[in-house]
Design a protein around this ligand. Structure first.
Ligand SMILES: [Zn+2]
Length: 235
């Protein structure tokens, strides 16, 4: 991981014809496939700005076009080196597409690029506005498990199930609210970028995104837990 060992492999000139490649996947001079550019991120991979509003139609078009150009089938008669590059880039392409195509994964990725994604202990705590509901939910879950273990009567079981189903709906609507909030803060991020906001502003926005993501992950776990419990009851 020393600077010199990376420097040797991060040349931005084509090894075939020495033309400057500027991070392109194919040399503008000779057309040979290039290794992944040093420090390239998923946004750079697609040649799109590092923003949270991504035009999905454009992304998909670029994905299909690159997918075709980088396909290992085109490199069966190429050198071992080029064949390997096509494999590496194809795999990177798929990861990049999956990540940038999803608005939540996209924010997570952006934060990780900035070293700002933190899933600390806070992740385990219920968001204050949901504390009461989470408490009630856990009670119902305990009751249901107890009733099931002791072969509880059908009426009681179905009452508890109904309670859980309504809790599930409530948390699913909280999840939708959180997604909207994430969309809002994403739009704020892009607007701040466009207006050349200072570092402090950008950092605050990333902290907000991180907080929203933690809340989202907490609620999603709740929803999944309830779903799981309801499915178990069906067996
Ligand atoms: Zn070249």
């Amino acid at each position: 991981m020393t600077a010199s060992s990376t420097a040797a492999t991060t040349s931005t000139n084509c090894r075939n014809c020495s033309a400057a490649t500027n991070g392109a996947h194919f040399c503008p001079g000779c057309g040979k496939i290039q290794p992944l550019a040093a420090g390239a991120d998923y946004f750079g991979f697609f040649g799109i700005p590092r923003k949270l509003t991504v035009d999905l139609a454009t992304l998909e078009r670029k994905f299909h076009s690159l997918s075709w150009k980088l396909h290992p089938d085109h490199f069966v008669r190429a050198s071992e080196d080029e064949r390997q590059r096509s494999l590496d880039l194809s795999s990177q392409l798929n990861d990049a597409y999956r990540t940038l195509g999803d608005p939540v994964a996209r924010v997570e990725y952006l934060l990780s690029l900035h070293g700002m994604r933190k899933q600390g202990q806070k992740k385990q705590q219920a968001p204050p506005e949901l504390l009461e509901e989470v408490f009630e939910l856990n009670e119902s879950l305990d009751e249901l498990r107890e009733a099931r273990a002791s072969g509880g009567n059908a009426a009681r079981m179905s009452g508890l199930r109904a309670k859980l189903e309504s809790a599930q709906q409530k948390f699913e609507s909280s999840l939708a609210d959180v997604d909207q909030e994430l969309a809002r803060v994403s739009a704020d991020w892009d607007a701040a970028l466009d207006s050349g906001a200072d570092e402090v502003t950008m950092k605050k926005l990333m902290e907000r995104m991180n907080e929203v993501l933690n809340r989202r992950s907490y609620i999603r776990n709740l929803v999944n837990g309830v779903k799981q419990e309801l499915v178990t009851g069906d067996e």
